[in-house]
Design a protein around this ligand. Structure first.
Ligand code: 1VU
Length: 295
């Protein structure tokens, strides 16, 4: 380990130095929440010694001085992400905003810095121009506070999601599932199927496996007759490879003279139970009627 806290490791046969960055930010405060980051994120170097990094819950700008942060809060006039509101659920007080990385580079770079604190396996996108960002917020009388987001490359024909995050204080409440479902809803609106960018983190994989399993089982249970992998992909927006992967993963592909699908009562109960737990599901009526996916 060097003095600058980088570690030189061997990367296989030919010796390749690999820099491993150690966690640099001790705590962040965003809104009312004080959160301990999980990983390194390239905030300016002077932030490394700060006890707390203060992050504005609306514009995501960051400060190490509480005084400067308070001054910022007095004059910050942003009360929602700087993009178009494309979805609103007035029962759950949830809204989705589409932010263009080309038009709002500062906000999107701040969002990437924030999300890197909880993502280990992704490089930080300094160039936000090729991405759209879909920000999930809950709203109250003060404004629209970020819960999580996913990004999507504008001109990628395969990947319908590049990066996904639910802020730690909101995790395990179904928002990750909501964001994943949203990415597939957009694919279906575009008449496409899609897959998330690889690699997936451990938590990303767990969330996707659960989503794929529920979405595919639901289609299978509704099917009145034989159904092909292509048809399942079409109905769910999940690409054919992920459909096949999931069918094998849940072990419902059996060979009875020909490939068949056998769904156990256990799986049906599990999917029903999981659905019953979900607080927020996507409703087509809640989309802005004027909005169409950009790409
Ligand atoms: O709650 P259920 O059991 O009904 O469903 C969960 C569960 O099956 C699974 N899951 C987990 N299982 C075990 N331990 C966990 N900690 C865990 N977290 C999730 O996923 C189902 C959905 O759960 P959720 O809808 O409540 O999901 P969250 O809101 O907690 O968000 C999931 C993500 C992955 C977004 C969240 O954990 C997160 O932001 N993690 C840090 C960043 C990250 O790893 N992102 C994914 C990187 S991969 C990538 O971006 C490329 C596409």
């Amino acid at each position: 380990i060097n003095q600058d806290k980088t570690r030189i490791t061997s990367g296989g046969k030919s010796f390749k130095p690999v820099k491993i960055r150690v966690k640099n930010i001790k705590e962040i405060q965003i809104g009312e929440d004080l959160i301990e980051p999980w990983y390194f994120s390239p905030y300016p170097e002077e932030f490394n010694d700060a006890a707390v990094v203060y992050i504005c819950e609306f514009c995501l700008s960051y400060y190490i001085s509480e005084l400067q942060f308070r001054r910022h809060k007095k004059k910050c006039n942003l009360f929602h992400p700087p993009g178009n509101q494309i979805y609103k659920d007035e029962i759950e007080n949830l809204a989705m905003f589409e932010v263009n990385g080309k038009r709002q580079p500062t906000y999107c770079q701040s969002l990437c810095l924030l999300s890197k604190l909880f993502l280990d396996h992704k490089l930080l996108a300094y160039d936000t121009l090729p991405f759209l960002f879909y920000i999930l917020c809950y709203y109250n009388e003060v404004g629209y506070c970020i819960i999580g987001y996913f990004s999507k490359e504008k001109y990628n024909m395969e990947n319908n999601l590049a990066c996904i995050l639910t802020l730690p204080q909101h995790q395990r409440k179904g928002y990750g599932r909501f964001l994943i479902a949203f990415s597939y809803t957009i694919s279906k609106m575009q008449g496409k199927v899609g897959t998330p960018e690889k690699p997936l983190s451990d938590l990303g994989l767990l969330s996707y496996q659960q989503y794929w399993m529920e979405a595919i089982t639901e289609v299978l249970l509704k099917a009145k007759e034989e159904i092909s992998v292509d048809e399942i992909a079409y109905q769910t927006g999940i690409d054919q490879k992920d459909v096949q992967y999931t069918l094998h993963l849940i072990g419902i592909c059996v060979y009875l003279g020909q490939p068949c699908i056998r769904i156990s009562n256990g799986l049906i109960e599990m999917v029903k139970g999981s659905k019953a737990k979900k607080r927020c599901t996507i409703k087509n009526d809640y989309f802005d009627k004027q909005w169409v996916p950009l790409v």
